[in-house]
Design a protein around this ligand. Structure first.
Ligand code: ZN
Length: 484
């Protein structure tokens, strides 16, 4: 019992001693920290937040032992920034990508790869040339931070391949975008001069269309070539880019509206639509009617054509189309009926006898009038009296179509004589000249059309004739028949 009491008392002492030691350690720890905290408070009271922060940091530094790095991380050999491609541009097929550095500039180059190896080689060369020129330009900013990404959009229109390079440049964080178009004729295997593909006068037309569509931007669009810095040829039409309201905008115009302004024909012209399904093995003949529209005779002729499942080409006059409301309506009827509207110029002057300026005005004024009424540009130009010279050919911006079978309606002025003459001379691929302003010509057509059909002919528009006979149309070239 005594022994037990003694043991108890020793245990009590030991416990008390341990408590004292623990208290001492705790007190020491607290004094140490309160000292530092009051230091911090003093700095803060002195009004300097910075120094207070510094004090905290010093404290933390002494409290937390710093990790000493065992190894120095490798220093980057290249600039930290990197070029990247965006996803905003659509590509027709495969693309090749290069991401690299040159003289401190991070750059990216993306260009198309096509199945046709020749085509791919040429476009790659164009892309590399563009890159070299851009890097050379940026080397002038050696002390600045530069970034360069060349991407592209592409499209095809007939035999033309169109690539629009998108140059996204950044110098010291300031974006300096540029666009550069490149056109290639796949069939001929040659590059097309993209800067002259559209005639200068095309740009006032394009500006007019932009004005129509976006009234508010109209005032800012000048119609000069510079206002439309670039374009892309797509299956639907030419897409022109311009700036308005500080943003990039675009307008796509169909080739049917543009072909008279283009130095290269697209899709053998505008034959993509408006062509009926016909029998290529059966003979075809194109009846063409000049000098209209005439609100009585032309409208009567349209009915005859429709009743016979036939179609024709009407070479109308720009001024006559506007003579009366009935004439305006007649022109619209030709266009809507699936027949073809072509140009016989504005006022039937001998183009070869005019100054170049007047001659061009005769052609463009007619096109503009026809467009204003039908929403479509004429497909062909037939010079009055079949009269043309080299200047006319060079400036028509359209294929020129004459004839190889003159009905001589103007000479005989008699329906039966006209019918007999045409039936005697008729042949596959022929282009027949007639005039829908005369009653006797329409009388003749009424007899002639069923008779030609009886003999196996398909009565077609010029578009259809050239399309089915595989004729490649070129602006400035003269066509007398499907076989010339
Ligand atoms: Zn005429």
């Amino acid at each position: 019992m005594k022994r037990a009491k003694r043991t108890k008392s020793i245990l009590k002492r030991l416990l008390l001693g341990s408590c004292c030691v623990l208290m001492l350690i705790l007190t020491f720890f607290l004094i140490n920290h309160i000292g530092k905290l009051s230091n911090t408070k003093a700095y803060a009271n002195a009004g300097s937040v910075d120094t207070a922060v510094q004090a905290w940091q010093e404290m933390m530094v002494t409290d937390v032992p710093q990790k000493v790095p065992t190894q120095t991380p490798p220093q980057p050999e290249q600039p930290v920034q990197k070029a990247e491609f965006s996803k905003k541009y659509e590509h027709l097929g495969e693309a090749e990508e290069v991401l690299a550095y040159a003289d401190g500039t991070a750059y990216g180059l993306r260009y198309p790869v096509y199945e046709d190896a020749d085509c791919s080689n040429v476009v790659r060369a164009a892309a590399e040339e563009l890159l070299a020129a851009q890097l050379k330009e940026l080397s002038g900013f050696a002390d600045e931070e530069c970034k360069l990404v060349i991407d592209y959009e592409d499209g095809t229109a007939g035999e033309l391949l169109s690539v629009l390079f998108r140059i996204e440049k950044e110098i010291n964080g300031v974006a300096q975008p540029e666009r550069k178009q490149w056109i290639f004729n796949k069939k001929k295997g040659e590059t097309v001069d993209a800067d002259t593909l559209f005639a200068d006068r095309a740009y006032s037309y394009i500006a007019g269309r932009v004005k129509e569509i976006t009234e508010k931007d109209g005032g800012k669009i000048t119609g000069e070539r510079e206002a439309f810095s670039s374009y892309l040829l797509t299956a639907d039409g030419a897409k022109f880019y311009y700036e308005a309201d500080g943003k990039e905008q675009s307008i796509t115009l169909p080739y049917a509206a543009l072909h008279t302004y283009m130095s290269v024909t697209v899709n053998g012209n505008v034959v993509a639509d408006g062509i009926r399904e016909l029998d290529p093995e059966k003979p075809m003949i194109a009846l063409t009617f000049d000098d209209g529209p005439h609100y009585i005779n032309t409208q009567r002729l349209l009915k005859i054509l429709e009743d016979n499942g036939a179609r024709s080409t009407f070479f109308v006059l720009g001024d006559r189309s506007f003579f009366t409301d009935a004439n305006k309506e007649t022109l619209r009827m030709i266009s809507k009926s699936g027949n073809e509207v072509a140009s016989h110029t504005y006022s039937h002057k001998d183009l070869a006898a005019l100054s170049i300026e007047d001659m061009i005005a005769e052609i463009t004024k007619a096109s503009d009038n026809i467009y204003a009424l039908t929403g479509e540009y004429p497909t062909f130009v037939r010079p009055p009296y079949g009269s043309f010279n080299d200047d006319v050919k060079q400036n028509a911006n359209s294929p020129l179509v004459t004839w190889n079978l003159d009905s001589e309606d103007w000479k005989s002025r008699d329906a039966d004589t006209i019918v007999a003459h045409v039936l005697k001379e008729a042949g596959d691929g022929k282009i027949v000249l007639m005039h829908d302003i005369h009653t006797f010509s329409v009388d003749a057509a009424e007899i002639l059309i069923p008779k030609l059909i009886e003999r196996g002919y398909q009565i077609v528009t010029l578009r259809e004739l050239f399309y089915y006979k595989g004729i490649e149309l070129e602006n400035g070239k003269v066509y007398h028949s499907a076989y010339n």
